[in-house]
Write a protein that binds this ligand. Structure first.
Ligand code: A2P
Length: 300
């Protein structure tokens, strides 16, 4: 398999998306600007943020600087952002999205996702995403953290098929049902926290495989994503790790090792284990949705 940092997958509306990108969850504005600059300098061509992260302005600043510094154009970069839970609903999504573009210093995003399935609202939110898509302000639209039931709901009620479902995905959390459903329906699975937020890096079995290839565990996991056709967006605030995470094109995992790692699945979602509260609102905007599903129910 011939991969490079420029390798793309073709989404179901025909547009190409880089398979490796930088994720910026849990980075502040200044840190996000710096990480984006490093990533683009070192060849990354995709960046993934969200209003919920509170760093769209930092990403916008970093992107603008990196384009200038590296002689790149906006269309050279694939930019993803997501709709904030508190903004969900048809009118409020449309109203708030223009502010997101302003913070990102761009007039379009490449991929716009519904960040979480706010029950009772996500179908209206999807209609707003379809309008944004038709207006050309998003080149593709998709969802995040949607289980099979909710994906089916979108497929039944929407007029545009989601291009992507971005899920927590790593060797201990392999989203079997969702992965299969996405494959059958030509929806690309994208891995958030592909390194399990760092927790999977200490797995002794993965360390053994890493030693065999003279690579780090992070590199093994990211290469494993690539070889399965999964889009992956590791986060780091360290330049050397950003470089390391993109240094995955000079080796190939054997089929046996790909399958070996597939056997490590524990259906373990770290987000909920860590007790992370998604009602927390780093943006300062009002979070109107107090009763959306923030339990382990979300992906059943
Ligand atoms: P840091 O940002 O301090 O480099 P995920 O993408 O799964 O959410 O994982 C991100 C976590 O893993 C962060 O804590 C990040 O720390 C850490 N991390 C990212 N890349 C590497 C790497 N190559 N080696 C070790 N830790 C890494």
């Amino acid at each position: 398999m011939n991969f490079s940092i420029d390798s793309t997958v073709t989404l179901n509306n025909g547009i190409k998306m880089p398979q490796l990108g930088l994720g910026v969850w849990q980075i502040n504005n200044a840190g996000a600007a710096q990480s984006v600059e490093w990533a683009i300098k070192h060849g990354y061509r995709a960046i993934d943020t969200a209003k919920q992260y509170g760093n769209e302005a930092g990403v916008g600043a970093g992107l603008t600087k990196a384009l200038a510094d590296n002689g790149l154009k906006r269309e050279d970069i694939f930019l993803t952002t997501k709709i904030f839970n508190g903004d969900q609903g048809y009118e409020s999504t449309l109203e708030q999205f223009d502010g997101q573009l302003k913070n990102l210093q761009t007039d379009y995003v490449d991929l716009l996702l519904i960040h979480w399935p706010v029950d009772g609202k996500y179908l209206d939110t999807w209609k707003a995403l379809e309008k944004i898509y038709q207006e050309g302000k998003a080149r593709a639209i998709g969802v995040s953290n949607f289980n099979v039931t909710r994906l089916k709901d979108i497929l039944k009620n929407g007029s545009v098929k989601p291009a992507v479902d971005q899920m927590e995905f790593n060797p201990l959390c392999q989203e079997g049902d969702i992965k299969n459903f996405c494959q059958e329906n030509n929806i690309h699975l994208e891995a958030w926290s592909p390194l399990g937020g760092g927790t999977v890096l200490n797995d002794e079995r993965l360390k053994k495989i890493a030693d065999k290839y003279h690579k780090s565990v992070a590199q093994i996991i990211l290469r494993w994503d690539l070889q399965q056709g999964i889009i992956t967006i590791p986060k780091s605030v360290h330049e050397e790790r950003i470089v390391q995470n993109a240094n995955i094109y000079d080796f190939e995992l054997s089929d046996d090792d790909v399958n070996e790692i597939k056997g490590y699945d524990e259906e373990k979602r770290s987000l909920w284990y860590g007790g992370f509260k998604w009602h927390g609102n780093p943006t300062g905007a009002s979070d109107a949705v107090q009763d959306w599903d923030d339990s382990t129910e979300y992906a059943k």
